[in-house]
Design a protein around this ligand. Structure first.
Ligand code: PNW
Length: 505
């Protein structure tokens, strides 16, 4: 009898679209994220120098969808107290922010420290401490000082030293108040989108070449900074340090097609494994399939030296194991339809090196072309991370959805609801060790090449008003309730009226 009641109950729940689990485990934490260049503005104020996004937006404004830039953005340089008030309203445990390298070290190098840069971040960190909001701080979220880009940026191996000097200064100046650090935000986007394509600044379209030069440098720089923290600062500051890796998760368009299944695995190794395998796998180094495919393509191109080579034993060892936690930024899933060269792939390129054709024809819509809404893909990615990297502790360092800035943002709320539900499913059903969740983003901000045309905020920001007023969207109240109750809100008021189930029937 009880058995049948349970079965019928479960069926009824699924019928109503209700989740199996709603409550997060004890100790799970919630926060929101931003990034310096996307919110601060004050691009040339008090000693800050030009970064690669200033350069791109000022010299090639046509590359930004709505012609906007980060000159003022949300004016958080002047309005950070308002940011903190919003965080207090939401009731978050932590705030993920990033430091502007060009504000702290205008030349990019350690020869001159800008006192105003140090002051600004001290003020912000102290304001957070007063409210008991933990800072989670990213050292590099894409705003490279232009002076370092002029020397080749992440394609230049000397960046390992410059990044280490910058990190050392940040640990020394701010580390007493910071218990969690992130070295790099999304190495894939830094290397592939900015050095292998024009999707991100500095838009060096060195496809198939610059992207791999960048990954060699970036992974070494990450490892050196991990070791620096681990050996010199951790003993006194007691924090942790990680990297945040973005994922477009690939799935076969036909799960019964064995070739597509195999190609999706290859694509995931090229995308997530490119940076995760060297750090989180047991054997270390780039995934074997990447080395193999790039070597084959390079030979066909008549090259003497492959465009990507495996690290030597010293670096395999030095890089392996250099992250306390696996930081994951996740937004979307795309599909693999078959073998071959993707029609949009340049030659040579990372995409051509994969050897598979991809499509975005899956899931629900957002305001971003690339962001398809596929909650189950998130669960599959998390399970894959558990099995591929020996059950690491995982922290979701970004997740969110774009629209055009609606205040009654039901689509965003549904996105949060469905993605959070998948996190609970993998925690309880598969034992994936997820420790916390970060919503992208606190407020609408400068969404890189999309400008302000695609909005991810819990708060709406009016960028035509010099005061940059912020207005809580419905999703801010949803997130506030989530933080307060540690439970995914089920209230009707958070559901699109057009889709509400008439439970009284
Ligand atoms: C992230 N993808 O970028 C960045 O960390 C944020 O700065 C950005 O505002 C946010 O996500 C929204 O775009 C991504 O193709 C870029 O899957 C591309 C992807 C995901 C995240």
């Amino acid at each position: 009898m009880a058995y049948w009641t349970t079965i019928i109950g479960l069926l009824a729940l699924t019928q109503l679209g209700l989740a199996k689990y709603t409550k997060f485990p004890e100790g799970f934490t919630f926060g929101v994220a931003t990034a310096s260049h996307q919110i601060e503005g004050a691009w040339n104020v008090s000693g800050k120098s030009e970064n690669v996004w200033d350069r791109l937006t000022h010299t090639r404004p046509w590359m930004i969808a709505d012609g906007t830039n980060g000159d003022i953005a949300c004016d958080s340089y002047n309005r950070y107290r308002e940011d903190v008030e919003e965080l207090v309203y939401l009731g978050v445990d932590f705030y993920r922010l990033s430091l502007s390298w060009a504000r702290i070290l205008p030349t990019g190098r350690i020869d001159y420290v800008n006192p105003d840069g140090i002051r600004y971040y001290n003020d912000l960190l102290n304001a957070l401490a007063e409210q008991n909001i933990e800072p989670l701080v990213t050292l590099f979220h894409w705003d490279l000082p232009q002076a370092l880009q002029d020397l080749g940026g992440w394609a230049n191996p000397r960046m390992i030293d410059y990044f280490q000097d910058y990190a050392d200064l940040c640990f020394r100046e701010f580390g007493d108040r910071i218990k969690s650090w992130i070295t790099f935000n999304e190495p894939y986007e830094i290397c592939e989108d900015a050095y292998g394509d024009e999707k991100k600044a500095p838009a060096i379209d060195s496809h198939g070449v610059g992207n791999y030069l960048c990954s060699d440098t970036l992974l070494k720089a990450h490892a050196e900074v991990f070791h620096l923290y681990n050996e010199t600062y951790r003993p006194v500051q007691n924090g942790n340090i990680m990297i945040s890796i973005n994922s477009i998760w690939y799935e076969p368009s036909d799960p019964a097609d064995a070739e597509q299944v195999a190609l999706a695995e290859i694509a995931n190794q090229f995308k997530f494994g490119w940076f995760a395998h060297p750090i989180f796998s047991e054997e270390g180094g780039y995934p074997a399939i990447m080395i193999e495919n790039v070597a084959r393509q390079s030979a066909a191109e008549g090259l003497r030296i492959p465009r990507l080579q495996q690290f030597d034993d010293y670096w395999i060892d030095r890089i392996r194991g250099t992250s306390d936690i696996l930081g994951i930024n996740h937004y979307t899933t795309h599909l693999i339809t078959g073998p071959g060269v993707d029609p949009i792939a340049k030659s040579p390129s990372w995409l051509k090196d994969i050897g598979a054709v991809t499509t975005m024809e899956v899931g629900g819509d957002s305001a971003s072309e690339w962001l398809r809404i596929v909650p189950t893909g998130f669960a599959n990615l998390l399970r894959w991370c558990k099995s591929s990297y020996n059950d690491p502790p995982i922290f979701i360092t970004e997740n969110g959805c774009s629209d055009r800035g609606e205040l009654e943002d039901y689509n965003r709320i549904k996105y949060f609801n469905d993605y959070l539900t998948e996190i609970l499913n993998v925690i309880y059903d598969d034992g994936v060790n997820v420790l916390g969740y970060t919503a992208w983003t606190l407020m609408d901000n400068f969404e890189w090449r999309a400008g302000f045309s695609e909005r991810f905020g819990l708060y709406y920001v009016n960028i035509t008003d010099p005061e940059r007023p912020r207005t809580a969207k419905l999703s801010a109240d949803y997130y506030k309730q989530l933080c307060a109750t540690r439970e995914i809100p089920q209230d009707d008021r958070f559901k699109d009226p057009a889709l509400r189930v008439r439970t009284e029937l």
